[in-house]
Design a protein. Structure first.
Lengths: 507, 107
């Protein structure tokens, strides 16, 4: 057990709690203190619930003392992305339109965290309604990357990734529509896991794009992600797209993988995900990681997925189309902001709606709603949305063909390391390119993990390694991810995150 | 959009953006329109490439899981109380959401 509580993994903390070496109150307080010390410059949190977290921690300690822990993670604190409805805790989705909204119910993921006894430290920052790859599109200001405070922490879940990278929380919940768990993981040197679509309930997750959204674990180790995944995953009758079958043994797969033996595992390197537009340092770390997998006994081949080059365009038609429809619910009538238009006496509901949505939505949300409205317009529907749905079929077929040859597919998670805040904020196309490697998994609904695999030579910033598996085979990405993590840590002599610079407020 | 001229796919005019914002119930200022219209044109140009990719006989995918209708037993389960449902309302009256007038003068 490390003497520094906030630097321990969730698995270590769970063991220490089970052994009675520490209390959840002590542990939760240590994280609240850490948040107070470093979150000013990092800005991972939009809301901190110290009282609620400590109440939950006390209850966890009582259960442990009575020998009846609610789950293996009972008493281990967690941060939750602000897109998840939390009863009685502000839920803004990073938007002005929901400022101060207190949901009257819990998302299923949140309900499961509470049932499993994890104290909720607070809500983490995000791009508005999860639209973005840098967390700069939050109405409440950007989150800063703990590795370099002048750089982005990825997005949309930059708050959750930065919270675990800055040791403000051992665990966090993210959501991934086109890479919003995995890409922040890559650029902050942390682990991000997008489960199979339907593997984790979407009930109470404020929808961006229903056919793509998936909640999942944000952690510092692969084993911690598997532990959290087993708590939040599984069938939920409140989500009609939830998969009604048992989850694979995820923790077991992560423990097996940590042994470092990949004999007999067939790994496919996606040939479309390298070359032009990829940062040399990202590619160099990727090739080394592939080499490590080979040494561990994996059989590595190159696999071509030709339609993946169209995934970005497909995504930026399907996502805005679904988002424009979903965000119609923010109509200034039942909850959220209501703004009365200036200079109009007795305005109509429609005029109030227009004024509210202008004042309440940021630039990126407006861009995507208008783009989606265009793609769904009569006369354009077939050329845009309809066509994108067909290409989505082709992308699914590329995956199916690839998984006939190999057990998992691998690529770098993101084409570059973290870029400076402000660099791409008003250049939508440049921003969208960050999700090049992560989007195909969302379109096909397959699981994917990002594991930290080194620092790029150019800038000394973290890079990520992505492992993808067929739908429902989430255990495979845990096995391969844990193996790579173990092999890399043997080389480094410890976790990558230990190399992150100290933050002001450290010590 | 029957009431606007139809330009070729992959382009979007300032007037069209104004009309789309109207359909989406977003009031946009002139400055916002000046800024958004060219950005949308660039995005549309970049996504138009997919028109060449899939032939007509490829079936569309709306959803990654091949799910059919999901039914559940018709049993009572707890829901929100009226107070909870109204707790976020901008305005309420007599246990109802209070909204601005919904009809125009001409109606």
């Amino acid at each position: 057990m490390s003497t520094d509580l906030v630097r321990s993994t969730a698995a270590e903390l769970a063991d220490a709690l089970a052994a009675g070496e520490i209390s959840s109150v002590e542990l939760t307080r240590a994280h609240l203190d850490r948040i107070a010390a470093v979150d000013g410059p990092v800005h991972a949190f939009l809301h901190v619930d110290a009282d609620g977290a400590l109440d939950s921690a006390r209850a966890a300690d009582e259960r442990r003392a009575a020998g009846r822990p609610a789950s293996p993670l009972d008493g281990v604190p967690i941060a939750v992305k602000d897109v998840m409805a939390t009863r009685g805790l502000p839920t803004t989705c990073g938007s002005r339109i929901l400022q101060g909204w207190l949901p009257p119910y819990d998302a299923t993921v949140v309900a499961r965290l509470r049932e499993a006894g994890l104290p909720i430290l607070g809500k983490t920052n995000m791009d508005e309604f999860a639209m973005g790859s840098s967390t700069e599109h939050s109405a409440y200001g950007p989150t800063h990357n703990p590795w370099d405070l002048d750089r982005i922490p990825g997005g949309s879940g930059g708050g959750s990734a930065a919270a675990v990278a800055a040791f403000e929380a051992p665990l966090a919940i993210g959501t991934d529509t086109g890479g919003s768990i995995r890409q922040p993981g890559a650029v902050t040197g942390t682990v991000g896991m997008k489960p199979t679509y339907g593997g984790v309930s979407r009930y109470g997750l404020v929808a961006l794009a229903n056919s793509l959204d998936q909640a999942g674990p944000v952690t510092r180790t692969v084993l911690d992600a598997a532990l959290l995944h087993e708590v939040i995953g599984g069938h939920d009758p409140l989500d009609s797209t939830s998969i009604d079958q048992p989850q694979p043994a995820l923790v077991e797969a992560a423990r097996e993988g940590a042994g470092g033996d990949l004999a007999g595992v067939r790994v496919g390197v996606i040939s479309q995900m390298r070359g032009e537009g990829w940062q040399p340092g990202v590619l160099a770390r990727f090739e080394e990681s592939v080499e490590l997998l080979t040494k561990a006994g994996a059989e590595v081949v190159e696999v071509s997925c030709p339609t993946f080059v169209h995934a970005l365009a497909t995504y930026y038609l399907i996502l805005p189309a679904e988002a424009s429809s979903n965000l119609a619910r923010f109509d200034a009538m039942r909850y959220g902001l209501r703004v009365l238009p200036e200079g109009i006496t007795d305005p109509s509901a429609e005029e109030v709606m227009r004024a509210t949505r202008d004042a309440g939505f940021g630039a990126e949300v407006k861009r995507r709603i208008i783009l989606g409205t265009y793609a769904l317009s009569s006369g354009y529907y077939d050329a845009y949305y309809g066509q994108a749905q067909k290409v989505r079929t082709l992308i699914g077929r590329d995956f199916a063909r690839a998984f006939e040859q190999v057990d998992v597919l691998v690529s770098p998670t993101a084409p570059t390391t973290a870029f400076p805040i402000g660099e791409k904020v008003d250049d939508p196309l440049a921003m969208y390119l960050n999700d090049l490697a992560t989007i195909p998994a969302n379109l096909a609904g397959v699981p994917g993990i990002s594991v930290p695999n080194g620092l790029a030579d150019e800038d000394g910033l973290p890079t990520g390694f992505q492992v993808l598996a067929p739908a429902l085979a989430d255990d495979r990405v845990y096995r391969v991810g844990a193996a790579l993590e173990a092999l890399l840590q043997q080389e480094w002599g410890g976790p990558l995150i230990a190399k992150a610079p100290a933050l002001e407020g450290d010590r | 959009m029957p009431d606007t001229p139809a330009p070729s796919p992959g382009t979007v005019t300032r007037e069209e953006v104004r009309h789309l914002a109207d359909l989406a119930r977003i009031e946009l200022s002139d400055e916002e329109l000046d800024h958004l219209a060219p950005q949308l044109a660039v995005i549309l140009e970049s996504v138009t490439s997919i028109n060449e990719v899939a032939a007509g006989d490829i079936p569309p995918t709306s959803h990654p899981l091949p799910l059919t209708n999901v039914f559940r037993d018709d049993v009572v389960r707890p829901g929100l109380t009226a107070e909870q449902a109204l707790s976020g309302a901008p305005e309420q009256e007599q246990q109802r959401f209070k909204v601005p007038r919904i009809l125009g003068d001409e109606q």
